[in-house]
Design a protein around this ligand. Structure first.
Ligand code: PXP
Length: 244
C-alpha cells in the first residue's frame, strides 16, 4: 500500500490574494498538481477567507478528479454548510480558533467528544469520510475512535521539529500512535511540516499511513525545483521501501 499525497494549496491562494487578481490561478494549479501525479488536493478555508475562499472550494469541486479534502473547524455553521454542499471525499476537522495563523494543536477528543460525535454524524450521513486532527497521544486516539471518525490525522509538527535532533526519538510517539489507531480500526493520515527531508523516515515507521497532506514545504520547494518535479520527488519519498 502506498501512502497518498494530498497537496495543500492554501499557499497558492495566499499568493493570489496578495495582489487581488487571479495570478497564480488556483484552479489551474490544482488541476496541474493532479496532472503531475498528486492523489489529492487539500484546502483549509478559514472563516476570514484570507487564503482559500469559500467560492474556491465550490469551483474546485467540479474540476478535481482525485480525492478532495476540506479542513476546518465545524464550530462554524458556514463551514458545515459548505462541506455538505460540496461533498468532498473527506472532511478533516481541525480545532483552530478564528484568525489562527496555522493549525497548532490537535483536538482534545475527550473534552470535545460529544461535539465531535454530533458533527461527525452529520458528515457521515452525507457520505463524506471524516478525519480528526490529533496529537500522537493514545488517550486522544481512543477518544477519536469514540467520536465515530473514520480516520485520524496525526499532527506532525513535533516530529518535524525533533527530526533534526534525534529522529529515532522523534518518531516513537507517532509509531505507537499509529499502531494503536490500526488496532482500533481507525485510518491514519498525517500532516504539518512534513518535507522532502523528513517524509520518508515517517512513512517507513508509521504503519498503515494512508495519506499525507503537505503544503508549506512542498510549495516552497517548488519555487526552486518546479511544481511537477517537486510533486514527483515527494511521491518518491512516499514509497516506504525507498531509502532516500
Ligand atoms: N494538516 C492540517 C490540519 C493543516 O492545518 C495544515 C496546514 O494548513 C497541514 C496539514 C499542512 O501543513 P504544512 O503546510 O506545514 O505542510
Amino acid at each position: 500500500m502506498n501512502t497518498k499525497l494530498s497537496v495543500n494549496i492554501n499557499k497558492i491562494a495566499t499568493l493570489r490574494n496578495s495582489r487581488g487578481g487571479n495570478t497564480p490561478d488556483l484552479l489551474k494549479i490544482a488541476m496541474d498538481c493532479e496532472r503531475f501525479g498528486t492523489q489529492g488536493i487539500t484546502v483549509h478555508p478559514r472563516p476570514d477567507e484570507r487564503h482559500i475562499r469559500y467560492q474556491d472550494v465550490r469551483d474546485l469541486k467540479s474540476l478535481l478528479t482525485t480525492e478532495f479534502n476540506i479542513e476546518g473547524n465545524p464550530k462554524e455553521q458556514k463551514f458545515i454548510e459548505l462541506v455538505l454542499q460540496v461533498k468532498p471525499t473527506q472532511v478533516t476537522l481541525v480545532p483552530d480558533a478564528t484568525g489562527q495563523l496555522t493549525s497548532n494543536h490537535g483536538w482534545d477528543t475527550i473534552a470535545h467528544k460529544d461535539f465531535l460525535k454530533e458533527k461527525i454524524a452529520i458528515f457521515k450521513k452525507a457520505g463524506i469520510r471524516t478525519s480528526v486532527f490529533v496529537d500522537a497521544d493514545l488517550k486522544i486516539i481512543e477518544g477519536a475512535k469514540e467520536t465515530g471518525a473514520d480516520r485520524i490525522e496525526l499532527y506532525t509538527e513535533e516530529y518535524a521539529k525533533q527530526y533534526h535532533i534525534n529522529r529515532e526519538h522523534a518518531i516513537k510517539p507517532f509509531a505507537m500512535a499509529a499502531k494503536y489507531a490500526n488496532e482500533l480500526g481507525l485510518g491514519i493520515n498525517a500532516g504539518h511540516d512534513l518535507s522532502l527531508e523528513n517524509l520518508n523516515y515517517f512513512v517507513q515507521h508509521v504503519e498503515g499511513l494512508l495519506e499525507v497532506s503537505i503544503g508549506h514545504a512542498l510549495i516552497s520547494d517548488a519555487l526552486y525545483l518546479g511544481l511537477e518535479n517537486t510533486i514527483q520527488l515527494y511521491l518518491r519519498k512516499l514509497l516506504a521501501d525507498s531509502r532516500k
